[in-house]
Design a protein around this ligand. Structure first.
Ligand SMILES: [Mn+2]
Length: 311
C-alpha cells in the first residue's frame, strides 16, 4: 500500500498522510501491511520536519519500482494533483480521501467530505476505527488543521473542528510548539519573498483585487523555494479594501501556479479555479495553467467584474 498526496504538499497534505500512516501502523499488527510506504512527487516542506514519520516520506523517482496494490490519495482534488505518483494508480485499487468540493470521485473508493481539512477526515476515521490518537499522531493532524483553517481563522472552522482540536490538546499536543515549528519559523528566503510581495503587490479597485505575480527568475534571485511562497496569498487578502486576492507564481517549466482567496460571499473560487483546470473551496482555491500570467490576470478580473452582488 502506498500513501500519496498532492504536489507542493502543505501542512494538511503532510499531516493527513502521516496521521493515516501512523494510524494504519497501529491498526494492523507489524508485518500485516506489506511495504506500507509514503511516496510523493515533491519534497515535504521543512516546516513539517518536526512531525513524527517525516523521515519515512520518500520522493518519487522515475527509475524506481513501486509495487502497489492499494494507492491512497489524500487531500488531492483530482488524480493529476498527485503529479508523478498518479502513474501508480494504473491497475491499482485507488482510495480517494479528500475535502475539496470539486473532487470528482476519481477513486474506486471515495471518501470526500466538505469539512475543514483532510486531517479532520483522518481524525474521524481513526476515532471510528478505535485507534488511539497519541501525541505523535495528534501533532500531524493538528498541523493539518492549523494549515487549512489559517490557524482557526477561516470560516471552515466548525464546532467539530474545535472539538477535534480540544481532544488533540487533551491528548498532549503542544499547541505552542506546533505553531512555532510550523507557522512561525520562516527561512531567510521566505521572509524576503513575503517582503517583496507586500512591497510590490498591486491593487485593482474596480475588482477589489489584490494581486502579486512572481517569476521563476525573481524567486531564484531571492533564494526562495516554492514552499516559501505558501503564505503570500493569505497576506495579500489582509489588505482591508481587497475582497479577493490572486497570487501567481511561475514554475521552472514556465507554467503558472495560481492561488486565490476571497472574503466575498458572492464569489465561488472553486468554480473559477475549475475553469483554469484546478479546484478547491469557495473561499480558497488554486490551479496550474499554461497561460501567461498577464492573460490569467485579465481573465480573472473579467470574471470578478461579472459576479452579481460582488461584495
Ligand atoms: Mn487540505
Amino acid at each position: 500500500m502506498i500513501l500519496t498526496t498532492h504536489v507542493n504538499p502543505d501542512g494538511d497534505a503532510i499531516g493527513a498522510t502521516l496521521g493515516l500512516y501512523h494510524g494504519l501502523k497501529k491498526l494492523v499488527p507489524d508485518g500485516r501491511i506489506q511495504s506500507l510506504r509514503i511516496v510523493l512527487q515533491d519534497k515535504a516542506p521543512d516546516t513539517t520536519r518536526f512531525l513524527d514519520g517525516f523521515d519515512r516520506i520518500e520522493q518519487y523517482r522515475e527509475e524506481e519500482r513501486y509495487p502497489c496494490d492499494i494507492l491512497v490519495c489524500l487531500d488531492s482534488a483530482d488524480l493529476k494533483r498527485c503529479g508523478k505518483t498518479a502513474a501508480l494508480a494504473e491497475n491499482t485499487y485507488v482510495v480517494n480521501i479528500d475535502h475539496h468540493i470539486t473532487n470528482p470521485g476519481y477513486g474506486r473508493l471515495n471518501y470526500v467530505r466538505d469539512i475543514s481539512s483532510t486531517s479532520e477526515i483522518i481524525y474521524d476515521l481513526l476515532k471510528d476505527a478505535g485507534i488511539s490518537v497519541d501525541v505523535a499522531v495528534g501533532e500531524c493532524l493538528y498541523t493539518g488543521l492549523v494549515n487549512d483553517t489559517g490557524n482557526f481563522s477561516h470560516d471552515n472552522v466548525s464546532p467539530a473542528t474545535f472539538a477535534m482540536a480540544a481532544d488533540l490538546i487533551g491528548a498532549g499536543v503542544d499547541n505552542a510548539r506546533v505553531i512555532r515549528e510550523f507557522l512561525q519559523k520562516k527561512s531567510w528566503g521566505a521572509v524576503k519573498l513575503i517582503g517583496e510581495a507586500m512591497f510590490r503587490m498591486a491593487y485593482f479597485p474596480e475588482e477589489r483585487l489584490a494581486f502579486f505575480s512572481l517569476s521563476y527568475e525573481e524567486m531564484r534571485r531571492l533564494n526562495g523555494r516554492k514552499e516559501d511562497t505558501e503564505s503570500i496569498v493569505e497576506r495579500l487578502i489582509e489588505y482591508e479594501e481587497a475582497l479577493t486576492a490572486l497570487f501567481l507564481r511561475e514554475e521552472e517549466d514556465g507554467s503558472i501556479k495560481g492561488s486565490l482567496r476571497t472574503k466575498s460571499v458572492a464569489c465561488d473560487l472553486s468554480k473559477i479555479a475549475v475553469s483554469f483546470g484546478g479546484g478547491g473551496h469557495k473561499k480558497a482555491a488554486g490551479f496550474s495553467s499554461k497561460l501567461k500570467a498577464g492573460e490569467i490576470l485579465k481573465k480573472i478580473r473579467k470574471i470578478l467584474r461579472e459576479i452579481e452582488n460582488y461584495s
